[in-house]
Design a protein around this ligand. Sequence first.
Ligand SMILES: C[S@@+](CC[C@H](N)C(=O)[O-])C[C@H]1O[C@@H](n2cnc3c(N)ncnc32)[C@H](O)[C@@H]1O
Length: 456
Amino acid sequence: MSATPYYPVVLDLHDRRCVVLGDTALAEEKALGLRATGAEVVHLRRPFQPGDFAGAYLAIDASDDPGGQRAARADADRERVLLNVADVTHQCDWIAPAMVKRGPLQIAISTSGESPFLARALRERLETMFGTEWGPFTTLMGGMRRRLRRAGISPDAQQRAYRHLLRSEATDLLRDGDESGAAGLALTIEQAAHDSGRTPMGEVVLAGAGPGDPDLVTLGTRAVLADADVVFHDALVGPEVLRLCGPRARLVDAGKRSGRRSTQQSDINEAMIVAARSGDLIVRLKGGDPFLFGRGGEEVDALQRAGIPVRVIPGVSAALAAPAAAGIPVTHRGVAASVAFVTGHRAGGDPTALDDLARSVDTLVVLMPAELDAISGRLAAVLGPDRPAAIVSRATTPDQQVVRAPIGSIAAVARAAGVQPPSTLVVGDVVDVLSEAASLPFVSRQALAGALATPR
Ligand SMILES: C[S@@+](CC[C@H](N)C(=O)[O-])C[C@H]1O[C@@H](n2cnc3c(N)ncnc32)[C@H](O)[C@@H]1O
């Protein structure tokens, strides 16, 4: 990794003499930007003359005149003025970053002059992430900070209050234009910081981690992961998604894997309750969507009974993502107008329920199909052995594998292909609606071919 000679600073230019050279639109823009800081701006629209930089603190040459730029460079060296020559990096003492400006909040992006295009592209991304509400939010934070410092509140209590405000609804309220609502919320948090004996109640957020690909983690889940104090995660949540947790977050594997000694549901609930009571932000990160075969409802119930504030952020469920990633639309005009999601466990317990369901819907998506022989045999008896079926394993990850076969032979074909959990079974005519090419974004065809070539 190569080092950069550029050191980022934010200059206070108030009342400083700044010279802008050039009769160009860029020069106008630069003069305007400098004036907004309260600088004393001298904008010279004529060609550069020696002495123009006398008494200046900073200068920008936006003249588009190579001869004048060379003279300006030499003069800046003599006068020891920090000069920026627009678009001529090797003539610059400093370069201007691309900026996202939200009132007092300024996010600067610099590529050390390597790629202004990249800096602009990243600015556009950040602009969508940080809306205009971040301006008043920064002011709100600043006011709170000044008052808490003045009141001599301990640094620890201050940090707690800032974190609390950051993860509160204040930015949502400001986005909706409710400035007084946000100010009231900030005041409540500030008052709690004055009461050193009282630990503010934490919160538990049940958040969906999606099926595996970090691109399928929602912005809401990303935000709480970045702020979390503790993240209790399922075994199914992979390292790529866990990497989205902030550096402060303590990770707890709360995985309940079938067939292994695993954490009891009641222990997980109890641990979350204790952590939330100590004022922490707890994220309960669950694969896919928390409320689809994830016992999310039970956890919310237990937390609510214990008086813990709890909210839910939905996730992209494997029930939809696995077929989609395999290029299988679960409904398709003229082919399938209804779809049901069912667990393979239930099929084992009450087979007639599965029979009834299979008869009454066009597409059946079976999660946790561990007993694939039993399930597919049952479905073949009800639907006929030729009904198209697919197993999608490790969907949306680099190890994604898709196996298609009629329901009567899908178990044998999946076994021969060495399909690994987690996997989802899809049954219905939709399986063959699109060509297999639709599944390509995630499927490694080489891996699939290799797996098919080496049956167990
Ligand atoms: C306990 S359920 C949890 C489902 C989760 N709440 C959801 O909405 O995706 C676990 C099952 O989800 C399915 N599953 C989860 N991730 C998957 C993936 N990446 N590919 C295929 N199936 C997956 C499998 O059927 C697995 O046995």
